[in-house]
Ligand binder design. Structure first.
Ligand SMILES: Nc1nc2c(c(=O)[nH]1)N[C@H]1C(S)=C(S)[C@@H](COP(=O)(O)O)O[C@H]1N2
Ligand SMILES: [Mo]
Length: 298
């Protein structure tokens, strides 16, 4: 991964660097994040991390526990063709080829801070589309209250699956209003390139105000349901990981503080910063949790 004495410009191809400058200029004009606007602190930290950091330091336990394991092992996964099963409380259930499901939905760039429950963070320039577009397309029935997701299970190329580290498939879930929120995206690219396998190709969820484990990778099933889904990390350790998993500096993990985070990368952008409620997206999402005790619903 990145070497301490290099700047971003040194480790990133010039065309990407130039794009980043343009992105920042665009941010000033308020054209990112669908016009939602971003808090001032976010602009200051919105310099995206390098391609090397984003694609070389990963959590994807199907491919191993080490941060470098996904980059090493995930390229062996075949992502074309890819099918996604849509089922439960939807008007148009079925097994869809990914291209048929999302092929003509336009993608846009979203530069989001990404905060892992392990207390590290990065800034990632995703390419993707709002999940609500996909859900609207398949037709959510009125009785649906939650969305449940599952990752592919391909033991031949997934050493972590063969080693039974967790109960596979990896599962995640959102309340329907969280899933429909304009900040919630399906990502299919990073830096304008197809999303690498280690980051969750060909399509992964990104929910920027929640801990990273909610952002499930390499999705093969989306189910609309009226029951709160049991997500993999809650299932494996309910005292440490909940369903909501909203970034919250005031609720510590039982084994470490969540008050601050280590920004991945050396030099200019490395270091520790305070963690913000909802990862800095509180203006947009805090109202979703009005009246809820977020220490209890961690
Ligand atoms: N299927 C699957 N999705 C997953 C994970 C995983 O192990 N398996 N790890 C989660 C965790 S803990 C984090 S922090 C993010 C990491 O995403 P990144 O590697 O793109 O930074 O993916 C999440 N999605
Ligand atoms: Mo994570």
């Amino acid at each position: 991964m990145s070497k301490p004495n290099l700047t971003r410009a040194d480790v990133t191809p010039r065309e990407l660097w130039m794009n980043r400058r343009q992105i920042i200029a665009a941010l000033g004009a308020g054209s990112i994040a669908g016009g939602l606007g971003l808090p001032a602190w976010a602009e200051a930290h919105l310099e995206p991390h390098s391609w090397e950091d984003i694609t070389g330091y990963n959590n994807f336990y199907e491919f191993g526990l080490g941060k470098g394991d996904p980059a090493e092992n995930a390229p062996a996964m075949k992502t074309e063709p890819w099918s996604v099963r849509i089922d439960g409380m939807v008007d148009n259930p079925g097994n869809y080829l990914l291209d048929d499901l999302i092929g003509d939905i336009p993608t846009e760039e979203r530069i989001y801070r990404f905060r892992c429950v392990e207390a590290w963070s990065m800034v990632v320039p995703w390419n993707g589309f709002e999940l609500n577009k996909l859900l609207t397309r398949v037709g959510v029935r009125p009785e649906a209250k939650y969305v449940a997701f599952e990752t592919a299970v391909i033991p031949e190329v997934m050493p972590g699956v063969r080693a039974s580290i967790l109960d596979w498939p990896y599962r995640e879930g959102l309340r329907l209003d969280e899933a429909m929120h304009p900040l919630t995206i399906m990502a299919t690219g990073i830096y304008g390139r197809p999303i690498p396998n280690q980051n969750g190709a060909p399509m992964r969820l990104v929910v920027p105000w929640k801990y990273g484990f909610k952002s499930i990778k390499s999705i093969v099933r989306i189910e609309l349901t009226d029951k709160q889904p049991l997500n993999t990390w809650q299932q494996s350790n309910p005292d440490e990981y909940g369903f909501y998993a909203n970034v919250n500096p005031e609720v510590d993990h039982p084994r470490w503080s969540q008050a601050s985070e280590r920004v991945i990368g050396a030099g200019l952008f490395g270091g520790r910063v305070d963690t913000l409620p909802f990862n800095g997206y509180g203006d947009e999402v805090a109202s979703l949790y009005e009246g809820m005790d977020l220490a209890e619903n961690f």
